[in-house]
Structures are given as structure tokens and as C-alpha cells.
Design a protein around this ligand. Structure first.
Ligand code: HEC
Length: 190
């Protein structure tokens, strides 16, 4: 009888420990997503370019969904250099044109076809750390204004913070929005 009670007691204890561990790991995952949200929204202001505007406000239906597919884009002209103009932006502040060509803020939502749905955490962290498209050194360099942000600023974030940002980006609502590929300085695709 005593032995049975002991086994019963130990089983209950074991189950208790397993439940406590799983609650803790769900909590730490939640903490990570919360931290990611804080970094994206309050510190790094990723939405400044990746969330298009509706007038003066952000269009929250397009939260972090990038330059709207249907929007036209600005086109830099080299004569502007004489007027000391270096960078043009679209009215929704999500496309940028300069002597380098034209760039369009990417769709950072987890949509599989048009967002980061097929990306891995490694691709994301490597893209931020190296400044190369999809984190692959052989790929093209990420265009301005994201280029400097990656290599000179966000690249300095700790792995823990970049992982938290990734965890948060995976948790947001997927939005289907096919962002235009970059254009060269003649306004043509590469
Ligand atoms: C000043 C505007 C701006 C800000 C702020 C900004 N981005 Fe970007 N981002 C862009 C533009 C424009 C592109 C497209 C660049 C290209 O296609 O080469 C881009 C591209 C990206 C890409 C795709 C890179 C690739 O490999 O093609 C990722 C991922 C990304 N940004 C994440 C972020 C995150 C996360 C933040 C905040 C921590 C952020 N961005 C803040 C403008 C910005």
C-alpha cells in the first residue's frame, strides 16, 4: 500500500513538473513576442517605412505589409542632384528613389507568397547583419535606406533581440501584398 502511494505521489509530482515547464516555455515565448513588438514599434520604428500611410496616419490594415502593390513610385532624375535633392519618397513613405535606383519597403508579414512566410530566422538575422538580400552574401546588397539601417544600426542588436523581432514578425497578421522589386537608376527592373 505504502509503495503504491509513493508511486502515485511521484507520478503526480512528475506531471506537475512537466506542466510547470510547459507553462514556463509558453510564457517565455510570449515574453519574446512582447519584447519583439516593443523593439519593432517603440525602438526601431520598422513601421515608419514598412507600414504605408493613410493620410497622416498609419494604415493599420497594412501593418508592416510594405509598399502597396497598386501605388505608383517616385522616380529620381539626375538633374535633381544640382538642386541638392538626394532622396524622393512616395506619399505613403514606403518607396524611395535616389541615384541608386528605387526601393520599396518589403512585406514583413508572415504571408507565404508575398511576405516573410518562407523565410527562416537565420535568413532574417543574416539579412540584418550582412546587409545582403535574404542574408546571402552572393545576393545583391539591400538598397537604401534599409542598407545603412542594417549594417550600421540594426546589425548591432543582440541575437536575443533579433530573435525576439523575428518571433514577433511571425506572430502578426499575414497580409497579401506583392511588393515591387527594386528598380535600377533608369527606372527599370534589374
Ligand atoms: C527608413 C525606412 C525603413 C525602416 C525604418 C526599416 N526598413 Fe526594412 N526595408 C526598407 C526598404 C526600402 C526595404 C527594401 C530594400 C531592398 O529591396 O533592397 C527594406 C527591406 C527590409 C527587409 C528585406 C531585406 C531583404 O533581404 O530583401 C527586411 C527583412 C526588413 N526591411 C526588415 C526591417 C525591420 C525588422 C525593421 C525595423 C527593425 C526595418 N526593416 C526598418 C525600409 C526600411
Amino acid at each position: 500500500m505504502r509503495q503504491k502511494l509513493l508511486i502515485f505521489g511521484l507520478t503526480i509530482l512528475f506531471i506537475g513538473v512537466i506542466i510547470a515547464i510547459s507553462i514556463q516555455s509558453v510564457e517565455s515565448q510570449n515574453d519574446m513576442v512582447e519584447r519583439g513588438k516593443y523593439l519593432v514599434d517603440a525602438v526601431a520604428a520598422c513601421g515608419y517605412c514598412h507600414t504605408p500611410r493613410a493620410g497622416a496616419e498609419y494604415n493599420m490594415d497594412m501593418y508592416l505589409a510594405g509598399h502597396p502593390a497598386t501605388e505608383s513610385s517616385p522616380r529620381y532624375n539626375f538633374n535633381m542632384m544640382r538642386q541638392s535633392i538626394f532622396l524622393l519618397t512616395s506619399p505613403k513613405l514606403s518607396a524611395f528613389s535616389g541615384p541608386f535606383g528605387t526601393s520599396f519597403a518589403s512585406n514583413l508579414t508572415p504571408d507565404k507568397e508575398t511576405g516573410l512566410g518562407e523565410w527562416t530566422e537565420k535568413m532574417f538575422i543574416d539579412a540584418i547583419r550582412t546587409g545582403h538580400h535574404q542574408g546571402t552574401k552572393d545576393n545583391r546588397k539591400i538598397f537604401p535606406p534599409m542598407q545603412t539601417l542594417t549594417t550600421k544600426h540594426y546589425a548591432q542588436m543582440s541575437d536575443t533581440d533579433l530573435k525576439a523581432i523575428w518571433a514577433y514578425l511571425k506572430s502578426i497578421k499575414p497580409v497579401k501584398n506583392e511588393v515591387s522589386p527594386i528598380l535600377n537608376r533608369f527606372g527599370r527592373p534589374f
